[in-house]
Design a protein around this ligand. Structure first.
Ligand code: SF4
Length: 478
């Protein structure tokens, strides 16, 4: 296993092409824009070496029998699935944001299932290749970006019908030694501080889309790969100081990219699907359900911080004991624990797959994420309600520190005598940054948009059986 410093050193050895705000990021570890995201991912390495978290953060490899970081594990039981949720909540309580490494974790477990299915149906040899890859990941404790979402172009058209064929990643050449792929992946969480990306399809495919049925691994700094780093709400504040960013150590959300693949060569040993379009839809569903399982873990941990910040703000404002404040805090707790319940339930109700790893209950996992699209907005609304409007109107950090204006800010933003004005502002900025803009949009669309979950809920529900239940009681025959 790698510790935090070894992870940072491993990133320094890579040379990805990263564009950001009209310049190149050449040192992802120390650049002020990417550093907080690196810090957050590094927690997945650091905590694995802390004895109190060993049980959650590590596992025994089903492939080698060695101790590994849980983020590289193939789930071997429903207990493993439950531990994953508990681990995510625990890490998020420390970072207050996304730590990115779950996407590759989920993509690997989904690929393990699908390569086994494809081999059994088509006589291919993807599964053993993939096992070899997972062993390598476990041995070297790599961070893998899970790369599913394509830009998609015209949403009314399938990949093969797009005016621009590059709107979905596709194979442009099959060679004796491998394949060449072209296209792009969008919203790529943690990409710039991962070691490699695991590409998988993003939608169901038909026979005409064969070239879009591709799964493979590409190093983040492979020739032809270009990353364009995404802009976040308030990211420019990272260049201006510490207080106004709110969470200066770990920032908000995962640091996403548009990752362009300009005719990238992939050797056969890293190709895990090549044309088997009939498995694309279930591949997407396995990956998406694993990732939707997570949201009652990581988002519950993030919300724990929001609840704590809100309760602290009530104290700092001088009204901690007001009954309406307590009622709203109870409502926040109720919402968050409901999300967590769903994640634990979909894990406990998981099952063993024919490939041998464990998979969540699909219906319940999709329920988790659909709840999250509402819960995080409501939790944020209640936080704003309690904290007060000043979280949106505070002056700049530079004016707090200015000899000309600082004393006015100190005087007129003071509230409870038990807290300094600066600390009141710090807590307000944390809440501001955790409950608005990019953070909320991510709660809505991360792991798929709400409509995708609604489709899954309807598909996974046995409506005929429910109608039969009603007919029996109503004594209706047809
Ligand atoms: Fe992991 Fe949550 Fe970030 Fe997804 S949003 S990568 S589950 S921490």
């Amino acid at each position: 296993m790698m510790n935090k410093e070894q992870y940072l050193d491993s990133l320094r050895k890579l040379k990805p092409v990263i564009h950001c705000n009209g310049r190149r990021i050449t040192d992802v570890v120390d650049d002020p824009i990417t550093r907080p995201h690196v810090n957050s991912a590094a927690m997945t390495y650091e905590l694995a070496f802390q004895p109190e978290y060993e049980d959650l953060m590590t596992a025994t490899s089903s492939l080698t029998g060695k101790k590994i970081n849980r983020f590289t594990h193939l789930h071997q039981s429903t207990e493993d699935l439950v531990k994953k949720v508990k681990m995510l909540r625990m890490i998020a309580q420390k970072t207050g944001t996304c730590f990115q490494r779950c996407v590759g974790f989920d993509a690997m477990n989904a690929t393990f299932i699908v390569t086994d299915k494809v081999d059994k149906a088509c006589g291919t040899n993807y599964h053993q290749r993939f096992i070899d890859f997972v062993k390598y990941v476990q041995e070297n404790d790599l961070m893998i970006a899970g790369s599913m979402t394509d830009p998609k172009g015209d949403r009314s058209k399938k990949p093969g019908q797009q005016v621009d064929p590059d709107m979905f990643v596709h194979i442009v050449e099959r060679r004796d030694d491998g394949i060449v792929v072209r296209g792009a992946k969008a919203h790529q969480t943690g990409m710039v501080n991962s070691h490699a990306m695991l590409i998988l399809p993003t939608t169901n495919l038909g026979p005409e889309d064969k070239d879009y049925a591709v799964a493979c691994v590409i190093p983040v700094d492979a020739p032809g790969v270009v990353h364009i780093f995404g802009r976040q709400t308030n990211d420019g504040r990272r260049l201006q100081g510490d207080i106004d960013t709110g969470n200066s150590e770990y920032a908000i959300v995962g640091g996403e990219t548009l990752t362009v693949l300009n005719d990238v060569f992939v050797p056969w040993n890293l190709v895990f699907m090549c044309g088997e379009y009939q498995f694309a839809q279930e591949y997407v569903e396995y990956f998406a359900s694993y990732h939707r399982q997570n949201y009652g873990g990581c988002k519950a941990g993030v919300a724990d911080v929001i609840i704590g910040a809100t309760a602290a703000m009530a104290e700092y404002n001088g009204i901690p004991g007001a009954s309406h404040i307590k009622d709203k805090l109870i409502e926040m707790i109720h919402l968050v624990e409901t999300m967590y319940n769903c994640s634990i339930a979909c894990s406990a109700e998981g099952h063993k797959t024919p490939a041998g790893n464990y998979y969540v209950n699909t219906l319940l996992a999709n329920t988790v994420k659909l709840n999250c699209t509402r819960t995080m907005y409501e939790v944020s609304r209640l936080a704003h309600d309690i904290a007060g409007g000043f979280i949106a109107t505070l002056p700049y950090e530079a004016d707090l520190k200015s000899p000309e204006t600082g004393h006015y800010i100190e005087k007129y933003f003071a509230a409870s005598p038990k807290v300094t004005t600066e600390n009141r502002i710090r807590m307000a900025r944390l809440l501001e940054n955790m409950t608005g803009g990019t953070a909320l949009a991510e709660s809505m669309h991360g792991a798929g948009s709400p409509q995708a979950m609604r489709v899954m809920l309807y598909r996974e529900t046995n409506m005929e059986q429910k109608k039969e239940l009603a007919k029996n009681l109503a004594k209706v025959k047809v």
